[in-house]
Each structure stands twice: as C-alpha cells, then as structure tokens.
Design a protein around this ligand. Structure first.
Ligand SMILES: [Zn+2]
Length: 335
C-alpha cells in the first residue's frame, strides 16, 4: 500500500471517470490513461484491473464496458479501479507495442516502470503508483490480438511465493477458464503486484476479430469470470466453485512455432478445440507460401497434450507461436 492517497479517495457510491496524465507527446497532446472507478455501497476491497496492455487486444476492454454498465452498486462491496487502455500509444498504432524509438516498448515487460524512463516505462510507473499500489487484488487482462489467436486460460506468476502465490492461484481458478498456467511473468504488472503482497493474475482469453458469435461467447465468459473473481474477493454475494481445470507449468508448455512465414491453414479454429487432448504427431496446420502457393511446412503436435493456444487461418511470421499444447504427462487436473 502506498502512503499517498488514491485518486478515488472520497468517491461515494457510483461511477466516476478521470484521466491520469503521463507526459506530453510529440504532437503536443497529453498522453493520459483512462481510469474508471466503480464504488459500491458497502465497504470491501479495491480490485485493480488493466486492459489493453497490448494495444490490439480489445476483447477485455469492450467486455468490461458492459460489466460497468450492468453492475448494481447497491450490491457491490468495495471498489473497481479500471484502466481501460493501459497502453494508448500501442492502441493508437493498432499494434502490440509502443511505437517509440528507444528502450523497451512492450508494456508487459517494464514494471514497475520509471517516471524517468521512456514513454512505455512512464506509463508503467503511472499504473504502478496510481492503481497497483492501492489495490488489494489485481489483474492485467489479455486476449488474442490482431493475429487471430484463441486462448482460454489464467496465468499466475511462477515466481510468487507463499501466501501471495496461494491466493493468486485461488483467484486465477475462480476466473473459471479451463486452463490455469503457472507462467514466467517477470516484468509484468501482475509480478510487481505480487512483490507488494497483492494477489494477481493475467486472464488470457478470447481474441480480437473473431466474428460475432465467438466475440459474444468470449465477452460473456470475460464478464462471468470477473464476477466470479469479485465474488471470491467478497465484493459480490455468493460462493464460487472453480470448474475442473488443467494446471500446467513452464516445463509442460510446448509451443509450435513455424520456421517459415506464410499463410497458416489452421485445423483448429473453434473455441471448443481448446482443451482437446491432441495425440503427438497429429497435424495441426500447414504453412503455405503466398508467392509460390507451395506448402512450406507442416505443423504437428510434439507430444500428447491439451491444446491451449490456437490460431485462425491467416498470415503468420516465422518464429511466432502458431499453436501450443500442455504436455499431458506433466500437467495436472485440479478438481
Ligand atoms: Zn497481451
């Protein structure tokens, strides 16, 4: 907890919006972070949420817009503090990273940031100071971006320990996705929150540009997941029982990355393909050369495993993740 008062100090029950100023941009405008605060009638924890850490991941922020509108503050205990666009520079460029010339440009790698760093680090410092240090629980909500990715999991930090790790896993499970992944979150907002004793995790679910049906499906799951976490935190009445989930760590994570750029013909394009047990050697897709129309490469499952990351058909760059499975032999089911 920071000793300085949070921006929302004194806010009564209801919804409030403000902007957190970060720095002046070269076009003369102020770079500012949007902050939505929803304060409940009852007392309770402060739940910090950021979305659009990567600028092309729109699913969570549009889902949260609906959640904010639907919440009944009379039944809410505590407060939501939401930064709806954590990296406006990346969002303005329709990309993952900040388009700046020097230093690290992935907001997902620079926490706790620095007010004397590059613009990306300044953004991280503003989120650290104004949100994370005043939160009792925290999530950094990701989805697939412009690459047509499909995901359905919650990640928590492998580096957390003791009580904060136990509590982070508990909240990640409450979110209700079929996969829970103990991941390397070094440099992320969630990892920094953990170092301050604040439980945190990163949902990684759904995607952008997935068509109306899948967008509806994932937006519904995102809102449901957030409500479940709020219930687990005591902000809403009720109890939460996580579904049966597959838990896997870094050693079980097997990524399938094409060696060639081209058009990925994906054989696993549906949300319910995630979670399927794939036999080692099964063909997941192929890379077609857009110039010669030749098949450059076939992508196959490296082992028996559960598909937890997939892509729509579309262009992929060499070396990017096309599919990923959790190795069956080393993953565990949690009841
Ligand atoms: Zn992301």
């Amino acid at each position: 907890m920071s000793t300085a008062k949070p921006l929302w100090a004194g806010q009564e029950e209801g919804r409030w919006f403000t902007r957190i100023e970060v720095t002046t941009m070269l076009n003369g405008a102020m770079l500012a972070l949007p902050l939505h605060v929803v304060t409940g009638r009852g007392t309770g924890p402060t739940f910090g949420i950021i979305t659009n850490t990567h600028g092309d991941e729109f699913l969570p922020t549009t889902a949260i817009r609906r959640l904010i509108a639907e919440l009944d503050t009379a039944k809410l205990k505590g407060r939501l503090a939401i930064v709806s666009v954590a990296n406006p520079l990346a969002t303005a460029a329709f990309g993952r990273l900040s388009p700046e010339q020097h230093g690290r440009t992935d907001l997902h790698e620079v926490y706790p940031g620095s007010p004397r760093g590059n613009a990306t680090q300044m953004i991280a410092a503003a989120i650290t100071e104004n949100i994370i240090h005043h939160a009792d629980a925290f999530i950094d909500f990701h989805s697939g971006g412009s690459g047509g990715r499909l995901q359905a999991r919650a990640d928590y930090s492998a580096k957390a320990d003791g009580e904060v790790k136990r509590r982070s896993l508990e909240l990640a499970r409450a979110f209700g996705m079929p996969f829970v992944h103990e991941n390397d979150l070094s440099g992320t907002a969630a990892h920094h929150a953990n170092t301050r004793g604040i439980p945190a995790f990163n949902p990684e679910m759904g995607g952008s540009y997935l068509g109306p049906e899948n967008t509806q499906l994932y937006a519904g799951q995102a809102i449901d997941g957030l409500r479940r976490v709020m219930t687990a935190l005591g902000m809403l009445d009720g109890t939460v029982k996580p579904p049966r989930q597959l838990h896997f760590g870094l050693k079980s994570r097997r990524e399938i990355r094409p060696r060639h750029s081209g058009y990925l013909v994906s054989h696993f394009e549906r949300p319910d393909d995630l979670g399927k047990l794939i036999e080692g050697g099964i063909k997941l897709g192929e890379i077609v050369d857009l110039y010669s129309y030749e098949v450059l490469e076939e992508l196959t499952a490296p082992c028996d495993g559960y598909l937890f990351f997939s892509r729509y058909c579309g262009v992929v760059g060499a070396g990017t993740q096309a599919f990923a499975v959790a190795e069956a032999a080393t993953s565990q089911w949690l009841d």
